[in-house]
Design a protein around this ligand. Structure first.
Ligand SMILES: [Zn+2]
Length: 272
């Protein structure tokens, strides 16, 4: 999937999940907490593609995320790609193919999703507000780049960076350590998992279960069969998937914060 679809799917899953927790589990969140969670989850849904630096093609997921903070994120992407390639090469089994690029390897595993989610919560717990500010700044930048890609492209990375800083500043003051910090880590972890699912339904698949060896391969790519896979960047992704994510997000928001809309529809239908 392309960057904007990944970001949108992150937001949709977070909003739908928040609604379900509220509706079935009685776990209500303030509109602000839901907004922060959805933003972080949308940003984190781009995070795994921060391993795409070298062959950045315009308008592909990696390009979107790697350009967020200009040369800084391009450099980070370069480092992550090389580190991922290192992990791949060291843990490769004889039947895993040789690779010269680390894209879609370590950052596309459940282990990575768990590590960054746990790491985020730990960082916030250990360093408090400053760590929270940093995480929010980074994730808001990714979310802006993904959700408003046309705007971000026009505005350039400096404006995106300044806007992210402003968003982070406002949001950080509102998060309390009790519920806010675990929320942050959960949103980051969930965002990464949503990204993996997104990549799995497009053609290539991801090495989801590394380092569990499957059929003498450590890095087996897992995805749905080619016949039913959605073509990355095709109409199935642009119109069907993005439309679906948008509708799910809007419905979840309405159901959480304007439940009156649904009960009135219900009453009208029930009226004789
Ligand atoms: Zn990816």
């Amino acid at each position: 999937m392309m960057g904007p679809s990944h970001a949108l799917s992150g937001a949709a899953v977070w909003l739908a999940g928040s609604w379900a927790l509220d509706h079935f589990g009685g776990y209500a969140q303030s509109p602000l907490a839901v907004t922060i969670g959805a933003t972080v989850c949308a940003g984190a849904a781009l995070l795994p593609d921060l391993d795409l630096s070298g062959k950045v093609t315009r308008n592909q997921g990696g390009a979107t995320v790697a350009r967020t903070f200009g040369v800084f994120s391009l450099f980070v992407a370069e480092v992550i790609e090389k580190v991922s390639l290192g992990i791949y090469s060291i843990t490769r089994m004889p039947r895993d193919p040789r690779r010269t690029n680390g894209h879609r390897t370590f950052t596309h595993t459940l282990v990575f999703a768990g590590l960054v989610g746990w790491g985020t919560t730990s960082l916030a717990a250990a360093y408090g507000k400053w760590a929270v500010l940093g995480v929010l700044f980074f994730m808001a930048g990714l979310a802006l780049r993904g959700l408003f890609d046309k705007w971000a492209e026009r505005a350039g990375w400096l404006i995106v960076t300044l806007t992210s800083a402003a968003v982070a500043f406002m949001a950080a003051s509102q998060l309390d350590a009790d519920r806010g910090y675990p929320l942050l880590g959960t949103a980051v972890g969930v965002g990464c998992v949503v990204h993996l699912i997104g990549d799995m339904i497009t053609r290539s698949g991801v090495p989801l279960l590394w380092p569990i060896p499957l059929g003498a391969r450590m890095w087996r790519m897992i995805g749905i069969p080619d016949g039913i896979a959605i073509r990355a960047g095709g109409p199935g992704e642009i119109f069907v998937l993005r439309g679906l994510f948008t509708i799910v997000s809007l419905l979840a928001l309405l159901a959480m914060f304007f439940p009156g809309v649904f009960s009135s529809i219900h009453l009208d239908a029930a009226a004789p």
